[in-house]
Design a protein around this ligand. Structure first.
Ligand code: ADP
Length: 231
């Protein structure tokens, strides 16, 4: 029952964050948000593992908004996603939360299929980018995106981001970022291959995962039927 009373304000983020969350309609943290945000806030590298639909997006969004200094006109947070749609969603939620309390905050979506010239313009005045690896790599490579102020790097759907098709670009981008930064990996699954890939990207990561009991979605009933063995 206590879980039902938890509020974002209990996590003691600065006023700009709690106000922004409330005005975007987010009042109570989900279990993974409650578990992961305090650790993320102190700046440690973090593996955030919970089922799809449990609210992992807000974990990286709130962490990024909390560390970004909008008086510095430079990209300070980089979030990579496997698809354009997920990138658009992440940028939109960040802007929704920042709208009321961080009026100067700017986020850009850097995805394939859009104009590189437009991306270059957006990059001149933005604090956070959410993008797909190919386009982000291209913009760094062509010197439109200067990475020296980046202090937060997140991989959404990290299991997919570190599969062979994306891994080269993700690693390349990682190597262009300043050495001192916070790294976060968010994933529904945590296969051995992901664990291995992450060791080269993270320093002493904390692993936050939900126990199975708190992952049951409200409104869903689950049943087990024991049957006798039959070949
Ligand atoms: P995941 O990344 O774990 O798959 P999402 O971050 O996409 O999950 O969240 C799933 C849905 O739940 C979204 O529609 C999101 O807006 C909503 N949501 C997330 N956190 C909260 C919250 N604390 N309160 C209310 N709705 C939330």
């Amino acid at each position: 029952a206590d879980n039902d009373k938890r509020q974002f304000s209990d996590l003691h983020f600065p006023e700009k964050i709690s106000t922004g969350l409330a005005s975007a309609g987010f009042l109570r943290p989900s279990p993974i948000q409650w578990a992961a945000l305090p650790l993320a806030k102190i700046g440690v590298d973090l593996i955030v593992q919970s089922k799809s639909g449990t609210g992992k997006t807000l974990v990286y969004v709130v962490t990024a908004l909390n560390m970004i200094d909008t008086s510095v006109s430079a990209v300070q947070a980089v979030i990579l996603t496997p698809t354009r749609e997920i990138a658009v969603q992440g940028a939109r939620i960040s802007l929704d939360i920042a709208a009321a309390s961080m009026p100067d905050f700017k986020a850009a979506t850097l995805i394939g299929g859009m104009s590189v010239v437009d991306d270059a313009t957006k990059l001149k005045r933005c604090h956070m980018i959410v993008g797909t690896p190919g386009r982000v790599r291209q913009l760094i490579d062509e010197k439109y995106f200067k990475t020296e102020a980046v202090r937060f790097f997140a991989l959404d759907e990290a299991d997919k981001m570190l599969e062979s098709s994306f891994k080269n670009d993700v690693t390349w981008i990682y190597n262009q970022l300043p050495e001192v930064k916070q790294v976060m990996a968010l994933s529904a699954t945590y296969p051995e291959s992901l664990a291995n890939s992450l060791t080269s990207l993270m320093r002493h990561p904390q692993h936050v995962r939900l126990d199975t009991a708190s992952q049951v979605l409200i409104g869903l009933d689950q049943y087990v039927l024991h049957t006798t063995f039959h070949p």
